[in-house]
Design a protein around this ligand. Structure first.
Ligand SMILES: [Zn+2]
Length: 398
């Protein structure tokens, strides 16, 4: 994981693909399975669209690889994944039109899934769609755009992507773009949001497009807090408390600001977001790799040998629950949700949370920590629905 340069959830797929999958040894109780299946379960960040660009698969049926497919989503009780329209940061630099084109193609891909299997999937453009389709037993495909680069400096493109069904935009990804600085990019060209970024935030409120503060720099986050009239989401972030120095996660002061804003942080399951050990494993390996490559060693061979010498320190389900607990203790039960980053963080997922069939394990963990059913409902989907409804209501009156 090369955080300061090209790092991304997606980049991690490449670097983590050699990690050995650990066995899943969790058994959720009947009660936990029932809670996951009978309540609305929204995951605000799943990277199926770009996974299918890398290697096409029919996720309306069981697939061999990947973290998401229809049968596993049903087993896990997942009702509404926000599919990530992920645009690599370097495309913006390759010239106008490229980010816009890819975003449209990835949206086409999601529509294709819904059209191919209308008894299993349907596109969701509103909280009303989500509720209707949940009752009908159909999985909703909602869309969030990861990287605002396809806006390409024109508010009309915001309207275009809203019309195509995108309902949140992560302002930047692994590099500073024309909208905002990125937590991974040390250049900080805008010292937060660009002048256009500030204009865009206002217009996103007006059209009902949720603002996603994951990936952006701290300065950009606080500027969004000042500007946004609507609660925001952090669609797939975890806590800096457990990963000190990792700006991609949120610290306690930011959580307090998020509470004031009324927003929700959806916790990322990727091990490197959950523990410092896993986070620094990548740094250390990449450091060693640079030296090895300078000596002419082959990257693939080096990585295999390195992994053998230094087994990857997978985070645990309990450690993911610690993140949820801390948010609840600090700012309350109304501000936390699920943003797993499935299909975006390679094989680095915690034991017990390996794919979309695993949500009942998370519910079991919450039950074991004495969360009430009402609280669990909020975490699974209620909080995200509240924020989305607030965005819809604001847009309806502006
Ligand atoms: Zn991401």
């Amino acid at each position: 994981m090369v955080r300061s340069t090209i790092s991304s959830c997606i980049a991690l797929i490449l670097s983590a693909s050699a990690l050995a999958a650990a066995p899943t040894e969790f058994h959720a109780s009947e009660k936990a399975v029932k809670l996951a299946k009978e309540n609305l379960l929204i995951d605000t960040h799943i990277d199926v669209p770009y996974r299918l660009v890398d290697k096409w698969d029919d996720v309306t049926k069981a697939t061999e690889g990947g973290d998401f497919d229809y049968p596993r989503a049903v087993a896990g009780g997942l009702n509404a994944p926000f599919m990530s329209i992920y645009i690599p940061a370097q495309l913006e630099k390759e010239g106008k039109g490229k980010s816009y084109l890819l975003a449209n193609q990835l949206i086409d891909g999601m529509e294709a899934i819904a059209y191919r299997a209308p008894n299993k999937f349907a596109m969701a453009y509103s909280t009303n769609d989500i509720e209707k389709q949940f009752k009908a037993g159909i999985i909703s495909i909602a869309m969030g755009m990861e990287n605002g680069s396809p806006i390409e400096g024109e508010l009309k493109n915001l309207h275009h992507f809203y019309d195509r069904g995108v309902r949140y935009i992560t302002l930047a990804h692994s590099q500073s773009n024309h909208i905002s600085d990125s937590s991974y990019d040390l250049r900080r060209q805008w010292k937060g949001l660009s002048p256009f970024g500030k204009e865009l935030v206002v217009e996103m409120n007006n059209v009902g497009m949720l603002i996603d503060v994951s990936h952006i720099s701290d300065a950009a986050f606080y500027q969004v807090m000042e500007l946004s009239k609507v609660p925001v989401i952090a669609s797939h972030s975890s806590l800096r408390k457990y990963t000190p120095g990792f700006e991609r996660n949120m610290d306690d002061e930011m959580l307090k600001a998020l509470k004031k804003n009324g927003g929700v942080i959806q916790i990322n399951f990727g091990s490197s977001f959950v523990t410092s050990n896993a986070n620094s494993w990548y740094d250390q390996r990449d450091e060693a790799q640079k030296e090895a490559e300078a000596k002419g060693e082959n990257r693939t061979d080096f990585r295999a040998a390195y992994l053998k010498r230094n087994p990857f320190p997978f985070a645990s389900l309990e450690q993911v629950l610690d993140h949820i607990d801390h948010v609840v203790k600090l700012i309350g039960i109304d501000h936390v949700g699920i943003g797993s980053d499935y299909d975006g963080v390679g094989d680095s997922l915690p034991i017990g949370l390996k794919d979309v069939s695993s949500y009942p394990n998370l519910v079991q963990g919450l039950l074991d920590r004495n969360y009430s059913e009402e609280d669990i409902k909020k975490i699974l989907g209620g909080n995200t629905m509240r924020v989305w409804k607030a965005a819809e209501q604001y847009a309806a009156t502006h």
